[in-house]
Design a binder for this molecule. Structure first.
Ligand code: ZN
Length: 228
């Protein structure tokens, strides 16, 4: 895929595999990822005058939703830091999260003489997300990742790579919290899906398959000609 200066948005629930797809677009297709998670981490000690000098980290930590204006200000600052940004393919991950941010991202694109080219929506069964996230564990010694449902060691309880027999599971992902995260995601995202769908910008990517297959779907979507 040859393209220069395209702006793409990824929409997808936690565990949908969009991170993996983003990595391969970066390494093989000259994309730069603009990730909201990364931007917030980088700016967590920045203080915000409108909140009496509280830092971004403190605001989020207090459960306050950052106003779109502040979020998009951070995004704009981030874009300015990217070398020859107008010549780069940009992939927005975690941005936008609201209609306000979507509108302001389009305006931001105009400022850079660009437009949002496509919005890829990773469609995946919740059941598969559950298996991917809750089934995941790793070898304590070498870090090799396994999954109860998809990838067990050849000999049960023994790491294929290093022969270790201790494994770690992430404790923050239990079924209840994951259910909550997914339902929050769906309730917040459906308006964005409608918004981009009406604009003819939305491409659904079947994310139920393995990463190789999903990558083909992603490239097909990026290469697809718009009907209008
Ligand atoms: Zn190991």
């Amino acid at each position: 895929m040859n393209c220069v200066g395209k702006w793409i948005v990824f929409l997808g629930a936690p565990g949908c595999g969009k991170g993996t797809q983003a990595e391969s677009l970066v390494s093989e297709n000259n994309f730069t990822v603009v990730s909201m998670g990364d931007i917030l981490r980088e700016n967590k000690t920045k203080s915000v005058a409108a909140y009496d000098g509280m830092t971004i980290g403190e605001i989020i930590g207090n459960g306050i939703l950052l106003p779109d204006e502040i979020v998009m200000g951070l995004v704009k600052d981030e874009l300015k830091k990217i070398d020859s940004v107008v010549n780069r393919n940009l992939l927005f991950d975690g941005i936008p999260r609201t209609i306000g941010q979507a509108e302001s991202l389009s305006l931001l694109a105009e400022e850079f003489k660009k437009k949002i080219d496509k919005v890829l929506n990773f469609v995946i069964d919740d059941e598969i997300i559950f298996k991917r996230i809750l089934g995941r564990y790793k070898c304590s010694k070498c870090g090799k990742i396994y999954n109860d449902f998809f990838l067990s060691p050849k000999v049960s309880g023994v790491c294929d790579v290093c022969g270790g027999n201790k494994f770690d599971r992430r404790t923050d992902d239990n079924e209840e919290s994951l259910k909550k995260r997914l339902s929050e995601y769906h309730s917040k995202t459906h308006i964005l899906i409608d918004f981009y769908s009406k604009l003819g910008m939305l491409y659904n990517v079947n994310a139920n398959d393995d990463p190789q297959k999903v990558r083909e779907f992603v490239l097909d979507s990026l290469n697809a000609k718009k009907e209008s």
